[in-house]
Design a protein around this ligand. Structure first.
Ligand SMILES: [Fe+2]
Length: 294
């Protein structure tokens, strides 16, 4: 396993924003030594039935960054989300910052470019983003060195981002009583997800872990923060030394019973374009529905 440049003495301030429509948690992460910050996994609101987009959730984040007088340096997507739309371009327009995602976005663009029958104007080279991270790549948020760890399985482009003693897991892990995310989307793989989770569990036990989603299993309140130590002890899908074979068998059976996420069709089309809504030949914002292909 590669060793990553991690400094547990750096303790960023983490402010969470929960979106109840999609059960997504977005984060503003502030360098403890400066006013620099990053935004992770923002949400654009959509009324899918009406085809209407709005920015209530993103505006909350923007207001917080402005009120706290922070400089936004990076807008990070942990992966191409299939359950909510990214507000990255809107936040970038208002606050600046560079937009980064895993380099395997190109694989996701190729897969879904075919499914959505996109034309040649849809670039499949990740050029819609400012930065494409490889495993172990670092970037700065003020004085804080952040590292992207490649964690495929849920999707081919997933990455966990470590900032000081905080790691943002995307959908590679859920809270201990939530277990793990599905691995059955095109390009997903349960065994690969298990291997990626082991990379996260190899981080220091007191590393704070911040989830991208929580669904409040068994009626508990929504929570989003845990630690590597607690995941190792308590995670219902991978904790207490569950084997790779156990995980693959369980995950495959469970995934076969899951419905597609409500917003998968608009989410993929928007998120594979770095949050831009596609346009028809007349320049009008327009989404497609591929029939019987997901
Ligand atoms: Fe996801």
């Amino acid at each position: 396993m590669p060793s990553y440049p991690i400094d547990m003495n750096v303790k960023p301030d983490v402010k969470a924003f929960f979106d109840p429509m999609t059960n997504t948690i977005s984060y503003v992460v502030k360098d403890p030594q400066s006013a620099s910050c990053a935004v992770i996994d923002s949400v654009m609101d959509i009324d899918y039935a009406a085809g209407r987009i709005s920015y209530t959730h993103a505006d909350e984040i923007i207001a917080y960054v402005k009120k706290s007088k922070l400089d936004l340096e990076w807008i990070i997507e942990t992966h191409v989300h299939a359950d909510h739309l990214s507000a990255a371009p809107y936040i970038k327009e208002k606050l600046g910052g560079k937009l980064g995602i895993g380099s395997k976005i190109k694989v996701v663009q190729d897969t879904f470019g075919k499914i959505f029958n996109e034309g040649t104007e849809f670039q499949r080279d990740g050029s819609q983003f400012d930065a494409l991270f490889e495993d172990g790549d670092t970037y700065q948020v003020g004085t804080m060195t952040c590292v992207a760890i490649y964690t495929p399985g849920h999707t081919p482009a997933c990455m966990v981002h470590v900032m000081g003693n905080a790691a943002f897991t995307g959908d590679t892990l859920f809270m201990p009583d939530g277990g793990s995310a599905r691995a059955d989307f095109p390009g997903g793989d349960a065994g690969t997800l298990y291997d990626s989770i082991q990379k996260v569990l190899a981080l220091p036990d007191d590393m704070r872990l911040f989830m991208c989603h929580d669904y409040g299993p068994n009626g508990r309140d929504i929570r989003w923060e845990t630690t590597v130590g607690d995941e190792k002890k308590l995670n219902i899908h991978v904790g207490q030394g569950k084997t790779r074979d156990d995980f693959i068998a369980f995950r495959t059976e469970r995934d076969a019973q899951l419905d597609m996420p409500r917003l998968i069709i608009p989410s993929l089309q928007v998120n594979m374009r770095a949050g831009d809504v596609p346009k028809d030949p007349f320049g009008r914002k327009m989404l497609k529905v591929p029939v019987d292909s997901l």
